[in-house]
Design a protein around this ligand. Structure first.
Ligand code: G16
Length: 545
């Protein structure tokens, strides 16, 4: 087969955001656009030459075409072996599992996560390192720098590559292994959780569960693991067929976008347990009957109950980590149980070094991400299995488990307000203006709250000392409440302003209030402090979670 060198010129704006390069499909479809980025990966990641690469995506529109392009370029760039999920499909945590299990030198994830899919929607590409996790900032920066000077890429002239039949084949000198996307991941889950115990719960007539795959990749995984391996009744997994446009929906497991599932938990007849995952299977939402578990609480409860789960009961849990805007619920668990607790910037990549160094076992984010040292990505189905194992052991409802946790550790009321599609310049100005005023805020009284500190969050990685600046504006009050402002790094249109709000309640009698009413004073302080209405023209957030 003929290796061909194609001349190209750099595209502007190929800098990866919070989690890889995410753009509209039509941008990726421009001639050479994807190729430039992929060649920049090969040019900067020399270990891939003669090495193994894992490739897979969430099945969204353009997944197949992109997989073909990447395989041809991998062969032309001297990669020895590519492991590909059948049909070009792999959930993000499953890809992480494969990179680690087969000692690959890296992985390429094709996904725009929770963003909608389809010809007019979003696509994305992300490079994962040999530890199976999203590449560190220094690596993504090197890839980006390469995109700014690239003038050519290498590919192979070949017929369409068969992605659908499991087995090995060759493309020029490169081996292609098409594998079942679920098998290795499911085997890993079996080493962590008590499948017999979960099976007894799922097959009991007293327990009803639904899992919403949102027509995304976890449909494949959840059907196999929950229904086929664990015996949950057929129909437990809803919206199970992955579709390139996610059925026109928004595969984001939150109270707004997974409303069909939320509805199934409501009322006397609501199911006992419900969960959802996102486009690429790394996010999760956990619900009980008439009960929503915030991702921040979920992380804290997982850390507090690890001793009940087989995969974690033999090990000492040394530490936990959360992203800065995630509530401090897990900090209280760490404090009481004598674990280290790390506060990192938003982005799963910041947990990688801590996990690799064995400093933490569990980590999570308010953005519906929870995970552990078993892989280097957040893992939606893992969190669901953790909760199922916990429910099976405790024989209590989701609400009882969470409320008992609050009684013991206190409750961190939490909410996030997103202002999506805001004018970029207006959002940047809002942040800059607030940043300029941070120094004047400590001591200021606002609606009965006194500002204790106000800063622009920066992080020094304790393992490699790398420094990340401007990771969100924090305003903390003397009663422990916090307001945090950040611009999202995952959107593809305009800017998304995220406002994260948290307040702590230690008194059990005050832990059963509606979040919206408890948070109302902080919400109004947050709007006033940043002059959100004046600066964005928005009276209300687009999404509240
Ligand atoms: C990605 C990152 C997460 C981050 C989330 C939201 O998740 O991996 O670490 O919390 O985006 O980021 P932002 O607030 O910048 O939009 P995913 O599931 O989209 O890959």
């Amino acid at each position: 087969m003929q290796i061909v060198k194609i001349d190209t010129a750099p595209f502007s704006e190929q800098r990866p955001g919070t989690s890889g390069l995410r753009k509209k499909v039509r941008i990726f479809q421009q001639p050479h656009y994807l190729e430039n980025f992929v060649q920049s990966i090969f040019d900067t990641q020399q270990a891939l030459v003669g090495g193994t690469l894992v490739v897979g995506g969430d099945g969204r529109y353009y997944n197949r075409e992109a997989t073909q392009i990447i395989l041809r370029m991998a062969a032309a760039n001297g990669v020895a072996c590519v492991i590909v999920g059948q049909g070009g499909l792999l959930s993000t945590p499953a890809l992480s599992c494969l990179v680690r299990k087969y000692n690959a030198q890296g992985g390429i994830v094709l996904s725009a996560s929770h963003n909608p899919g389809g010809p007019d929607e979003d696509f994305g590409i992300k490079f994962n390192a040999a530890n199976g996790g999203p590449a560190a900032e220094a690596v993504t920066e090197a890839i980006y720098q390469r995109t700014t000077e690239i003038n050519g890429y290498q590919t192979l002239e070949s017929a369409e590559i068969d992605l659908d039949h499991i087995g090995a084949s060759r493309l020029d000198g490169m081996q292609i292994q098409i594998i079942d996307p679920v098998t290795d991941y499911a085997a890993l889950m079996q080493t962590l959780f008590d499948f017999d115990c979960i099976r007894r719960l799922l097959t009991s007539s007293h327990f009803r569960m639904r899992f919403d795959a949102m027509h995304a990749i976890t449909g494949v995984y959840a059907t196999r693991i929950l229904e086929e391996m664990l015996g949950a009744p057929a129909g437990t997994v809803i919206n199970s067929r992955p579709l390139p446009d996610f059925g026109g929906g928004h595969p984001d497991p939150n109270l707004v976008h997974a409303h069909e599932l939320v509805h199934m938990t409501q009322g006397h007849n609501g199911v006992d347990f419900a969960a959802a995952s996102d486009g690429d299977g790394d996010r999760n939402m956990i619900l009980g009957q008439n009960f929503f578990v915030t991702p921040s609480d979920s992380l804290a409860i997982i850390a507090a109950n690890a001793h009940l789960i087989p995969g974690y009961q033999q090990q000492k849990i040394d530490g936990v980590a959360r992203s800065m805007p995630t509530s401090q619920a897990v900090d209280r668990v760490a404090d009481k149980l004598g674990m280290d607790c790390f506060e990192t910037p938003t982005g799963w990549k910041f947990f990688g070094n801590l996990l690799d160094a064995g400093r933490i076992t569990f980590c999570g984010e308010e953005s519906f991400g929870t995970g552990s040292s078993h892989v280097r990505e957040k893992d939606g189905l893992w969190a669901v299995l953790f909760w199922l194992n916990l429910l099976a052991v405790k024989q209590q409802s989701v609400a009882t488990i969470v409320q008992d946790h609050w009684r013991e550790f206190g409750r961190n009321y939490y909410t996030r307000h997103d202002y999506e599609g805001v004018d970029k310049a207006a959002a940047t100005h809002l942040m800059q203006d607030l940043r300029n005023r941070l120094g004047s805020l400590p001591g200021r009284q606002m609606q009965g709250h006194t500002v204790e500190y106000a800063d622009d969050f920066a992080y020094t990685d304790p393992i490699d000392n790398s420094r990340s600046e401007h990771q969100g504006l924090r305003v903390g009050f003397t009663d422990g409440s916090r307001i945090i402002y950040r611009l999202s790094g995952t959107g593809t249109q305009g800017a998304t302003l995220r406002v994260y709000l948290e307040t702590y309640e230690a008194t059990p009698e005050k832990q059963q209030q509606a979040t919206a009413s408890v948070m109302a004073p902080l919400v109004s302080i947050a709007q006033e402090l940043a002059q959100i209405v004046q600066k964005t023209g928005r009276d209300n957030p687009t999404v509240i979670t």
